[in-house]
Design a protein around this ligand. Structure first.
Ligand SMILES: [Zn+2]
Length: 304
């Protein structure tokens, strides 16, 4: 199953909401999925169609919990992906729309229904269930809500802002897409809507990814340093050999000759180690200074 699917499957199992929160969630599902429809003769109907069967199941559960339909009544399930109320259920439809405080033509969830922070959470959960999705975090961080209306996008962005989640909006064909790309904010949203298992999975992935990155960085860095050291030593040996052949160690000052001989004996020693072999010992920068002098001398000899 996709990561989105896992999140939704977890969300539909949440049970301990208060009635006001259940109303907020149902309102979000009905309004954001565009379930409330009017047919030609102005008769209202409610139609939930989802590729994910658990969204339909969730809807049925909320209708039951809010006593809008009686328990174990499956007559409104056309199939596992479709929940439908039509002209035969006008009483249920009327009570449902009253419960979610829906007014004719509303495109938004009535703000009265999502006044409390607890209800805002449930509203976001309902919105994610009906129009939300997120990418597989192994491939990248992206969570989005596909709204059919600008006002709906604004309502979502404003509600997310209550939890310090900063969403952006982009137009995609005829839709307004509210999206979040920051992994920390995606984690926060999963926390807000109650997807704690998904949140932990995401955090584990994040930790693994961070660890892998920092190990890679370290390895790359060490490899680069080693290459640098080896290249530098090779150049020094080359220079020293040239001096030996074309100038002679006897003509060098004692301190330079010592380092030159030592470098030929110990081609893979670090500067610090070379310094320790000298008597008296010389610091890394002292060794570096002498090697640089030798390098300059070799360069001059090569010019003539
Ligand atoms: Zn509430």
């Amino acid at each position: 199953m996709s990561f989105s699917g896992e999140v939704k499957e977890e969300l539909v199992r949440i049970e301990n909401d208060a009635r006001h929160c259940q109303i907020a969630e149902l309102a979000a599902i009905l309004i954001y999925s565009g379930a409330v429809r009017t047919d030609g003769s102005d008769v209202k109907r409610i139609l939930i169609q989802s590729d994910a069967p658990f969204v339909t199941t969730r809807c049925l559960m909320l209708f039951e919990k809010l006593s809008l339909i009686s328990k174990n009544d499956r007559s409104n399930l056309q199939d596992q992906n479709t929940f439908s109320l039509d002209k035969n259920d006008s009483g249920v439809i009327k009570r449902t729309l009253q419960t979610i405080k829906y007014k004719e033509g509303d495109k938004l969830v009535n703000p009265l229904v999502i006044k409390s922070l607890c209800c805002k959470r449930s509203f976001l959960r309902g919105a994610f269930l009906s129009i939300g999705s997120m990418s597989n975090p192994q491939k990248g961080y992206h969570l989005e809500f596909v709204c059919s209306d600008t006002q709906q996008a604004v309502q979502l962005v404003e509600t997310l802002a209550f939890y310090e989640i900063h969403a952006k909006v982009v137009a995609r064909k005829k839709y307004q897409v509210v999206y979040i790309k920051e992994s920390e904010e995606i984690v926060e949203l999963l926390n807000v809507i109650g997807a704690h298992v998904a949140l932990m999975n995401l955090e584990n992935l994040r930790i693994l990814k961070d660890m892998r990155n920092s190990i890679n960085r370290k390895v790359n860095c060490e490899a680069a340093n080693i290459t640098k050291t080896v290249n530098a030593a090779a150049k020094q040996i080359d220079d020293i050999q040239y001096i030996k052949d074309h100038y002679g160690f006897d003509n060098l000052a004692d301190n330079l000759r010592e380092v030159a001989e030592l470098r030929l004996e110990r081609p893979d020693a670090t500067l610090k180690e070379l310094g320790e072999y000298l008597t008296p010992a010389v610091g890394k920068s002292g060794v570096n200074h002498r090697l640089r002098k030798l390098g300059e001398l070799a360069a001059k000899l090569r010019e003539v």
